[in-house]
Design a protein around this ligand. Sequence first.
Ligand SMILES: [Zn+2]
Length: 471
Amino acid sequence: MIRNFLFTIILISLFLVIPFSVCAQKKSDQSVEIAITNVNIIPMTINNHVIYNATVLIKDNYIQSINNEIPDGVKIINAKGKWLIPGLIDMHVHLPSDVNTKPKFPTEAPDIVFEVQDIMTLFVTNGVTTIFNLNANLESFSQRKEIQKGCVLGPRIAVAALIDGGEGNGRRANTPEQGRQTVRIAKAEGFEFIKLYSKLNIETYKAIIDEANKQGLKTVGHIPNVFQNDLKGAFVPHFDMVAHAEEFSKSAKDFNYAEALSFAKIAKENGTWVTPTLTAMEWIADQTNSLERLESLTTLAYVHPLLQSKWLTSNSYNKNSTPETIAYFKKLVEFQKLLVKAFKESGVPVTAGTDAGVSGVVSGFSLHDELVLLVEAGMTPEEALVSATRLPAIWLGLDSKIGTVEVGKLADLILLDENPLDKIKNISKISGVIVNGQLIEKDKINEMLSELATKNNTLKPDFDWKKMMSN
Ligand SMILES: [Zn+2]
């Protein structure tokens, strides 16, 4: 008990001291110029001609020049034989929010607080430099601010407000007027996108999309359950993105390629893009069947101990599993690969997203898994990379800033030991990442991850999901 108390005091004093010095330190570092020399640039532009043995000059967080002279006093990184690609974009993530495990009085903060740096370390060490938070809340804005201030090293974050119908939690709308008002409030609060959810009724769903368009907000989401027998009915103008391939599966009867093509045609005709989230479905199917793979997952060490405990001891996919659900999810895993193939053949733009936060789907690492699965489903490695760089940048309206390696773009970059166009798995052979004006090299990446794993391991005994949630 006394030890715990002392530990808390030490922690508190660390919090009091560190933020000021860390923020100030990082601000001054941002003006450092870096030249990456002898590097092979995979620009991910439309023609994507590789520029071999190039010199890239980075200044003030931007790509200043390619193959120009290097001014004096610049830090030089000799990247001979290495490959430079744009930072990756995960188009579907959920971030942990602080938790209340017991009733609290007004003015009291939550009793479980997730360290923002611990959440973001997983993205940046994997070269994920932009994420799309598809169920953002007010806390998301402060997380983003910490990164922008330089107090936390993290990705750029786009935020969507989720609106559901029925009696669910969060923002709910069950009439068109409620739907419109909810969109206007979300816009006023600062959300940049609207996420549509499964229990919306038809008229409210359409009103939300219409209002979002009027307010200049793009929409992404589930296909509400009411459209199960009328998939086409959900594809109204300005329904901009389907958040999972699984959403189409709800309407499937034959689960074959012809049906996948017919679904893809509907999306294509409406100009709707798709984020398949193959990784999440693989994990759901896996855990429905057994927890073995999850239990031996090495990257689990980087997940907050409370979530580790939840995933392993209160796993709803596993708990509610029946022979029917096991068979069903297995079928969905196969069908979603056919869907990706059909999207490709039909010209439906696909962006890579993981649904990070779902049990088994570990932030950052999971985007590499997603790219591998997209290639297994029929994409070329280049197409998979496009789905995690140029295309999501366009969808998010950020293509003048990120998504390609070009002069004038932000220097969100990954340095790889081997060419990912040859083999998509090379995406995990990271030699360095540049994010928010900071270069993190291999040694630093390993250090950040191992410190996080050690910290999580130390905290483990204090975070038993079942015990804490039954209080
Ligand atoms: Zn999600």
